[in-house]
Design a protein around this ligand. Structure first.
Ligand SMILES: Cc1cc2nc3c(=O)[nH]c(=O)nc-3n(C[C@H](O)[C@H](O)[C@H](O)COP(=O)(O)O)c2cc1C
Length: 354
């Protein structure tokens, strides 16, 4: 059995110091009421911290009620939501992991609300994309320029609350066909004003607004879809242009995903094999020189370790693997010997059982 070399090495960006290279990516839990975290979220995030994950990113947390993809998604549009989130931050810190939060607005992919908004009035065709086919997406209306400024302000207010709650880093959700992605994609942004002429402008403004309320030494992560998977979707070259623009605006780390933009087109459908999106992260790293997170079927610890060993990505995100097994990292370390034979982060309470 191969020895693991790189999963357990530390990583730092600005003042974010991670004890290993494993990230839990944001994953909606659909368990909230009024956008508030509860015991479910406390147990969910605390157990991954006990499992030794270096960086936990809290699920898509929305800046407005009509930004949620279901009425049971998290929000950060009021101070009560901030105060409840702080409890999760504290319990994760107590177990030695770092914690970020993904700030988002779903735009035209919002469900269960009356006022669905987007860059342009184009309805989402979710058929054939994951489990969403049965959901009834509504016709969105186009945001006015004044409303775009209010949206940027709502993102900034939510980021400020997240900083005040004690998160170690902020992630902006600019991927998977949600609002920021809706602006930078030509398929969903057919505006005639400056936000249509310059499709990345909205994302740039959100990034700058976020940075303005973040401490200078706190990193901003931006999750992008570096390639669209639907018909007439943009290619990786355009995804790299988006990454470069967002880097210039202030992104410190790029969390590189793909798709989410609509029904999969046979010509653009990924193979969904182990590490199937790593090449996107590698290309974005080369285009921007920023640290990148790779994601997508990296649940096999040997594969994840190999990907890090290529030194073409900096961090690996394990999503569904950590949903299935909060102690994924502990088991990986038990099953594979590490290079130096050390146990790196087994909690003291568990050490006796190893
Ligand atoms: C239940 C579930 C919820 C998800 N919610 C989010 C989310 O809130 N934000 C996001 O950017 N991606 C979300 N994703 C995508 C994951 O972050 C990740 O990119 C994806 O699962 C691929 O990684 P994996 O193959 O390791 O699972 C979700 C995925 C799952 C399975």
């Amino acid at each position: 059995m191969a020895k693991l070399h790189d999963l357990y090495t530390p990583f730092s960006v600005k003042n974010l110091n991670l004890k290993n290279r494993v990230v839990m990516p944001p994953m909606c839990q659909y368990q909230a009421t009024d956008g508030l975290v509860n015991d479910w979220h406390l147990v969910h995030y605390a157990s991954r911290a006990v499992g030794g994950v270096g960086l936990i990113i809290v699920e898509m947390t929305n800046v407005m009620p009509n930004g949620r993809i279901t009425p049971n998604c998290l929000g950060l549009w009021n101070d009560q939501q901030r105060d409840e989130l702080k409890k999760i931050v504290d319990v994760v810190h107590a177990r030695g992991s770092k914690i970020a939060i993904q700030i988002a607005h779903a735009g035209r992919k919002a469900l269960g609300c009356d006022d669905v908004v987007s860059a342009s009035a184009l309805r989402y065709d979710g058929a054939n994309e994951g489990n969403n086919s049965a959901w009834d997406y509504q016709q969105p209306r186009e945001l006015s320029k004044a409303e775009i400024q209010e949206m940027v302000q709502a993102f900034q207010d939510a980021v400020k609350r997240a900083v005040d709650a004690g998160f170690d880093a902020i992630e902006l959700h600019a991927a998977h066909g949600y609002l920021i992605h809706q602006f930078y994609s030509a398929k969903t942004n057919q505006r005639q004003d400056e936000y249509g002429q310059d499709k990345m402008l909205f994302g740039e403004q959100v990034i700058r607004a976020a940075k303005a309320v973040m401490p200078a030494d706190m990193p901003l992560l931006v999750r992008i879809s570096a390639q669209e998977y639907s018909e007439n979707g943009f290619d990786l070259a355009y995804g790299c242009e988006v990454a470069q623009r967002f880097t210039a605006a202030g992104a410190d780390v790029l969390d590189v995903s793909g798709g989410g933009d609509g029904a999969l087109h046979p010509a653009h459908t990924p193979n969904f094999q182990a590490g199937y999106q790593v090449y996107l992260a590698t290309a974005v790293k080369q285009a921007t020189q920023l640290p990148v997170i790779a994601v997508g079927m990296l649940e096999d610890a040997e594969v994840a370790d190999y990907v890090l060993g290529t030194q073409q990505v900096d961090l690996v995100a394990v999503g569904r693997g950590l949903l299935r097994n909060p102690y994924w990292l502990l088991h990986a370390e038990q099953q594979h010997k590490t290079r130096d034979g050390e146990q790196h982060f087994v909690p003291e309470s568990y050490a006796a059982s190893f």
